[in-house]
Design a protein around this ligand. Sequence first.
Ligand code: ARG
Length: 463
Amino acid sequence: MSLIRGRFHKAADKLAAEYTASSSVDWRLYPYDIKGSIAHVRMLAKQKIISEKEAEMITEGLASIREEMEQGKFQFRVEQEDIHMSIEARLIEKIGEVGRKLHTARSRNDQVALDLRLFTKEAISETITRLRKLQQALVNLAERNKDVTLPGYTHLQPAQPVLLAHHLLAYFEMLSRDAGRFSDCRRRADVMPLGSGAVAGVAYNIDRDFLASELGFSRLSQNSIDAVSDRDFVVEYEAAASLCMMHLSRLAEEVILWSSAEFGFIELDDAYATSSSIMPQKKNPDVVELARGKTGRVYGRLMAMLAMMKALPLSYDRDLQEDKEGLFDTVDTLLSTLEVITGVIKTVKLNTENMERAAGRDYILATDLADYLVSRGEAFRSAHNIVARLVSYAIDRGKSFRELSLDEYQGFSPRFGQDVYSITVASSVAARDVIGGTAPSQVARALSRAKKLLGEVEGEGWS
Ligand code: ARG
């Protein structure tokens, strides 16, 4: 029988009980629930709300329930609604009447808010750790291939040559912003709600500061009504996860493109590729395709959460129980995606010759020719126009820039001289010597900044 149906004359309808039960989802909160309960009873004893002896019995009971959970011996019962009631019911079964004192000065509303905050804080730490590992893998790949150039693309058309390291560090920047967002989110998750009770606060002489320090929170919630109904931290995690997945989907997309026969820039390690059931020659990038695909479900979880919370009257409403499935799924999806993409990056084989070849193709140095004319006194817009006509001329004759004679160049502008032939991919890259540009010296600076950031414990420099 449920612990809390005292006022009713019959048990809940079976379907209604199953419909409202959440233990199949919220069982994952058990370590946080038990941790929170142990801190709570310690506080109750310290404040003489229950005796030391009672607190000890409850603490031991809770610890042994944790063991049952860890060994998979715990029986969930649907009539107990959720993990919180299941643990309490089991406690009473194990230690008897004294177990009924655990819920003194507490409501499931502040209890569930606490558990979810503890879960989210831990999830954030793990997320940041995995973001750093992926960043490290990108930095290592960049370091090992410092001198490789490839086309920088705009509109997926070759635009200007860039260093591969520069391209890889673009992802480093995105992931730094992600880590920054997760640590912002942690600040707002790091608020201790116990003491809020059901809605109005509790009518006992409790010590909230003690609870916060036992449970590792830096602040106390300041309004009980808000504290039991606030799930901003869930929305924020899911929003930060959505942005992060968007970044990962862009990386995944480039891995897919680059491993195609048409690009031929990279080859996936066999461990991260799949084969076709019909075409024996295929090496498919399913792993990264799924990373790209799972982005959609993470966005969906964010939208579901925002829609669920829209216009909810204060304070706690049972709708809020729907917060967990999406959060857990978001955390699982993001963590596994980060891990698998890190594996892909660590093991990917580069076909640097193909990259270099592509970097030297397709009039990719056209901007440099325009810049050359500017350095000889031409206005940029006119220089752009001259080079555009030159490109069209060269395309018509099937010639590259190198294959044009100086006469042909000078037919477009008398400013062209012999030194136009010294414009190369390397000179083009070296010329972009601005902070944030692709010149080797700038990229070397960016790499050492990245390594320094990864070396810092808390990543203070993360945006
Ligand atoms: N299972 C509920 C949840 O996850 C716990 C809180 C229930 N509170 C209540 N008053 N029914 O949100």
